[in-house]
Write a new protein. Structure first.
Length: 295
């Protein structure tokens, strides 16, 4: 089975590498030459364009930043729906607006392609370790075709519903994550300002009712936890601007569903201020700097 992988950023590159390790022939494309070289050095075929990458592929996997990029990749002139071979399976793992996912899937299905939206949770560490959670929207039959590949990149696979449902579930998850990170950062900042050691406080909360993923696996305070962005100046990981994008998608979904999300709205406002202060490229856990009065 030949696979094309489009989008080799912080998440896409390790996901593609795991497919290579599993023995799949892989053609890849990214606009960043160094990303292409990384995969080529690992044994992938570096294509000169997305169209060239997908031309002979049985499966196309994409991991792109936003709805506009996904629409252009699939629906643009010479895009995937024009260049891919008939009957190919299309898997978009980007986090985008649910309506955009539905539009692309409808056009793909109309042209005879099977397609699922399969955004992921688990961060860059999960991408590297092959332990991601895939949150899938689309036909059950298409998911079953995709499952062997998804199992090489992730540990958990959920079928959320029809096309776009994967995006809805992912947006809900990331809204909660953004809220959790702010709450965790705020609590640690309060403790440190009051004279409690951040590591001691984190250990206490991790064994108490305040425990959560951000606290236990992605601690935002420098020096508390190794191998997280806070231990390397908030570089790498999941960028503030990406979290801001997802919180914006959550607010759009809330408006469409007439659902109340006051904490989600506040989280978006706080991340927007953090980004505007110059921290957009830093990992989203760097919000602790703003709450601690350091950025």
């Amino acid at each position: 089975m030949k696979i094309a992988f489009i989008g080799l950023g912080n998440m896409g590159a390790p996901m593609a590498l795991n497919l290579l390790k599993a023995g799949y022939p892989l053609s890849v494309f990214d606009l960043v030459p160094s990303a292409l070289k990384l995969l080529a050095d690992a044994g992938a075929i570096a294509a000169v364009s997305a169209a060239a990458a997908v031309r002979d592929a049985d499966v196309v996997v994409s991991m792109l930043p936003a709805s506009a990029h996904v629409r252009k990749l699939y629906l643009g002139d010479g895009g995937v729906l024009d260049a891919a071979k008939p009957g190919a399976l299309l898997i978009d793992s980007s986090t985008i607006a649910p309506q955009a996912a539905r539009e692309v899937a409808e056009e793909a299905h109309a042209k005879g392609f099977a397609m699922i939206d399969a955004p992921v949770s688990g961060g860059t560490a999960g991408a590297a370790a092959g332990t991601l959670t895939f949150i899938v929207g689309g036909p059950a039959a298409a998911l079953e075709r995709a499952r062997p590949l998804l199992e090489k990149m992730g540990r958990n696979i959920f079928h959320a519903g029809t096309s776009g449902a994967g995006q809805i579930a992912k947006i809900c998850n990331n809204m909660l994550l953004g809220i959790q990170m702010i709450g965790t950062a705020e609590a640690i900042s309060l403790g440190v300002a009051s004279g409690v050691d951040a590591r001691v406080l984190s250990d206490i909360m991790a064994k108490s009712s305040g425990r959560n993923w951000a606290l236990e696996l992605y601690n935002p305070w420098p020096g508390v936890m190794d191998n997280v962005p806070a231990s390397r100046g908030y570089s790498g990981g999941f960028g503030t601007d990406l979290m801001l994008k997802d919180l914006g998608l959550a607010q759009e979904a809330a408006a469409a569903a007439d659902a109340a999300t006051p904490l989600g709205a506040l989280a978006r406002e706080l991340y927007q201020r953090h980004s505007q202060a110059g921290s957009g490229a830093l990992d989203f856990s760097s919000i602790v700097q703003a709450l601690a009065g350091k950025g």
